[in-house]
Write a protein that binds this ligand. Structure first.
Ligand SMILES: [Zn+2]
Length: 193
């Protein structure tokens, strides 16, 4: 008798016990978005093998996640420093193709707040340096200027971000969402679903 039937029988049993033990294989194919085929034609080469840009992008992201998980598994035993190094690196570890297909992003209000906080601290520091260097009747003009001008500039940037996030971003995202990548020549084209 050949040993093959035994090995073949062992495989499902092992998989079943793993499932019974509650082990989930998160990198399994069902977790990845299925390759979507649409009956659209590439405007350049006429190929019908088009893939939605958002799916290519998501594919790249999930590949990146499973790869960083694997690296974490391999090197995790060597120390927490390497794990942190990997998680930091995983942000950059995205496939070249996927990265070129990044969706448009919203502008951050938090960054604006952070920027203004840093600016205010710097201005305050500069004023302290200026005040300690000048003769006793220290001019309060710089402070008055800042108090009047900062809110105006702040509101201006606030309006700029609001305009971008509420008027421009939805249109850019919709365009991105209906973009298709030709699997034969790599040309991007937009089609309505
Ligand atoms: Zn093409």
């Amino acid at each position: 008798m050949s040993p093959f039937p035994t090995t073949r029988n062992l495989q499902p049993a092992a998989a079943k016990s793993a499932a019974a033990a509650g082990i989930l294989y998160r990198g399994n194919p069902p977790a990845l978005p299925k390759r979507q085929r649409v009956e659209l034609r590439c405007q350049k080469c006429g190929s019908t093998d088009l893939k939605k840009v958002s799916l290519v992008y998501r594919d790249g992201l999930s590949q990146m996640k499973s790869r960083s998980r694997l690296v974490g598994l391999l090197f995790g035993a060597q120390g927490p420093g390497i794990i942190t190094g990997t998680s930091v690196k995983s942000g950059i570890l995205q496939s070249e193709l996927s990265r070129s297909l990044n969706p448009p992003s919203k502008w951050s209000y938090t960054k604006l707040m952070g920027g203004f906080f840093v600016l205010t601290c710097a201005a305050l520091f500069a004023y302290i340096v200026f005040a300690s260097a000048s003769a006793p009747p220290v001019s309060t003009l710089p402070v008055k200027l800042y108090v009047f001008l900062a809110p105006v500039v702040f509101v201006f940037f606030l309006a700029l971000i609001w305009r971008r996030n509420n008027l421009i971003y939805p249109r850019q995202f919709a365009d991105w969402d209906r973009s298709y990548l030709c699997q034969r020549c790599g040309t991007m084209s937009t089609h309505d679903p």
